[in-house]
Structures are given as structure tokens and as C-alpha cells.
Write a protein that binds this ligand. Structure first.
Ligand SMILES: NC(=O)c1ccc[n+]([C@@H]2O[C@H](COP(=O)([O-])OP(=O)(O)OC[C@H]3O[C@@H](n4cnc5c(N)ncnc54)[C@H](OP(=O)(O)O)[C@@H]3O)[C@@H](O)[C@H]2O)c1
Length: 286
């Protein structure tokens, strides 16, 4: 079905921005929410998750994408109560209110609801998060899924968008002849933003409730990503000096062995196969 009156909650984030542009380009009637008070109008409404009393009246809504949230793992780790009140309590209340307005809810979640011990984690596997961020996302998922046929959770692995800060930092350093030290023990199943937006829209259009997962077909280390970038821009490989996060003295919030997700539903329903993780790098640096 064609999307009618759509809301994006959190349209200034990396996902919300690209999703907004995509929907506008499709001619969808879109209302976006923001925390920027200098650019409000009928189509850009103020919404702070932390202030439910001031949330706008939603009216009749067809679809709502909930992209707002405290996404920093470090913030979740060090401010668990404050971030939980946004990522779980407020998100659950928001999903309920949007649903009461008639909206089909699409909620992006993460592979971090899993423990990272097995590759290609199945959507039906019981979540076993190892970080506070992962715990909050798993709890929010439960609230969203409780809305039944009117709600979808789309679990994402690491999304790479054009202008990705780390890739740009590396590219700049390599072009200036400076060495870079990507982590050799940090893995990600990188997926392109274009794929994520395409699937989110198709999930909404087809009213595909329950859990859909998007993942690459394998994990790559950040060192492999950096090596791919180095070759792509024809920089000297001698500038690449991978190091383990442990040797670098960096205590990461999580160092999962696997981050991939099972994507059989993606293939069965939409005919989309899990891409190679380096494809996301190509797209982000193009
Ligand atoms: N990107 C990924 O690799 C990835 C992977 C898996 C899952 N996800 C999920 O996808 C969703 C979007 O992620 P993202 O990468 O777009 O995150 P992001 O770039 O950090 O954007 C988060 C958005 O949430 C907004 N926000 C934060 N606190 C808020 C509050 N109190 N009230 C209202 N809005 C608030 C931010 O607003 P401001 O701009 O005003 O700060 C921003 O627009 C998240 O749920 C995330 O867990 C992302």
C-alpha cells in the first residue's frame, strides 16, 4: 500500500535525515519531529522524548518511524537511568500514543540485543544484550512488539551513510600522508544506509509486523574496512597500522565476536540478499 500521512520521530539523526529525504522524494505527506526550535512549522514539529507533556497532538497517522533515541553506548553506560527513561519509558509511551492515532509503527533496533556469541543470530533467539544500550533496545522492542499487527521492529547492524565521520577522518588522514590505526579486534557487519531506508519503507508499505533483520553476509574488522578504503583511494598501505583495542588501551563498551543477523525474512519477503559488508564502505565513500 502507498504510504499516507507519515511521521518521522527524530528526523535530524543520521537515519531520520536520509529517511525524510527519501520519503519527500517519493511525494509522501511527511511530518518530521525535531529538537531544533529555530525551524518549526506545520511539517516540522518540536518533540523531546524527555518531555511527554509537550508532545504534539498527532491527529490521524498512517505510519510512524521512531528514529529518535539516545544512541551513544557510552551515554547509556554512564547515564543508564536518564537514557532508559528516553529509550524505553518514553519510546514505549510514544509508540502507544502513535498507535492510538492509527499509526503502523516502525522501530529500528540493533544487533546489540544479542550477545554476539553466534553468527547470523536468528530473529526468534531470545535477546541477551551485553551493554546497557542493548538492554534498553531489547526492552523497547518488547513494548513495540506488544502492539501486535500494528508494529514492526527492524533490527540493523552497523549502518554506514555517506559522510560517515570515521571513514572521512581516515580518508583525510591517508590523503595527507598520515598513518591510521584501525582496530583489528572490533567487528561490524556494515550495511549501506540506502538498503536500510529501502527496507524500512517497504516494511511500512507492506505492513510487515514483527521482527525483520538487516545485516551484511559476514563481519569485517575495522582494520579490513580501513584496508578496503586505503585501496579504493590508492593510498599507500604502509600508512595502515592496525592495532587491537586492548593494545591501544581503549576499553570498548562491547567487543562482540559476531554481529551478523539472520536475514532469511528479508530474502523471503522482499527478495533482498544480505550484501557484502564492504559494499557499504563503497557506498559511503562514493
Ligand atoms: N546507525 C546505526 O548504525 C544503527 C544501528 C542499529 C540501530 N540503529 C537505531 O536506529 C535509530 C536511529 O539511529 P541514528 O543512527 O539515526 O541515531 P542518531 O544519528 O544518534 O540520531 C538520533 C536522533 O534522536 C534524537 N534524539 C536524541 N535524544 C532525543 C530526545 N530526548 N528527544 C527527541 N529526540 C532525541 C536526536 O536528536 P538531535 O539531533 O536533536 O540530537 C537525533 O535526531 C536508533 O534507534 C538506533 O538505535 C542505528
Amino acid at each position: 500500500m502507498a504510504l499516507g500521512n507519515v511521521w518521522i520521530i527524530g528526523a535530524d539523526g543520521s537515519l531520520g535525515r536520509v529517511l525524510s529525504a527519501n520519503l519527500v522524494a517519493r511525494g509522501v505527506s511527511l511530518t518530521a519531529t525535531t529538537r531544533r526550535v529555530d525551524c518549526l512549522d506545520d511539517r516540522r514539529r518540536y518533540l523531546d522524548l524527555g518531555d511527554p507533556a509537550c508532545w504534539p497532538a498527532f491527529g490521524e497517522i498512517d505510519t510512524a518511524f521512531i528514529c529518535a533515541g539516545a544512541t551513544s553506548l557510552t551515554a547509556c553506560r554512564y547515564q543508564p537511568h536518564q537514557t532508559r527513561s528516553l529509550n524505553v519509558t518514553a519510546t514505549a509511551e510514544l509508540a502507544r500514543r502513535l498507535n492510538d492515532s492509527g499509526a503502523f509503527i516502525v522501530y529500528p533496533s540493533t544487533n546489540q540485543v544479542f550477545d554476539g556469541l553466534t553468527p547470523m543470530a536468528n530473529a526468534t533467539t531470545t535477546p541477551r544484550p551485553q551493554t546497557e544500550y542493548g538492554r534498553q533496545k531489547a526492552d523497547a522492542e518488547r513494548h513495540v512488539l506488544a502492539l501486535g499487527e500494528q508494529a514492526a521492529v527492524v533490527r540493523l547492524t552497523k549502518v554506514l551513510a555517506a559522510g560517515n565521520a570515521l571513514l572521512e577522518e581516515w580518508r583525510e588522514a591517508l590523503r595527507s600522508g598520515h598513518p591510521i590505526q584501525p582496530f583489528s579486534d572490533l567487528r561490524a557487519s556494515t550495511i549501506p544506509m540506502s538498503l536500510v531506508v529501502n527496507v524500512l519503507v517497504r516494511v511500512a508499505e507492506s505492513r510487515l509486523s514483527g521482527i525483520t533483520q538487516i545485516s551484511a553476509d559476514r563481519d569485517v574488522t575495522y582494520a579490513e574496512v580501513a584496508q578496503h578504503l586505503t585501496r579504493k583511494i590508492a593510498a599507500p598501505e604502509a600508512l595502515l597500522t592496525p592495532i587491537s583495542s586492548t593494545d591501544a588501551g581503549v576499553l570498548l563498551d562491547a567487543l562482540p565476536k559476531h554481529t551478523t543477523l539472520d536475514t532469511s525474512r528479508l530474502t523471503e519477503v522482499f527478495g533482498i540478499k544480505a550484501p557484502d559488508p564492504l559494499h557499504a564502505v563503497d557506498e559511503a565513500i562514493a
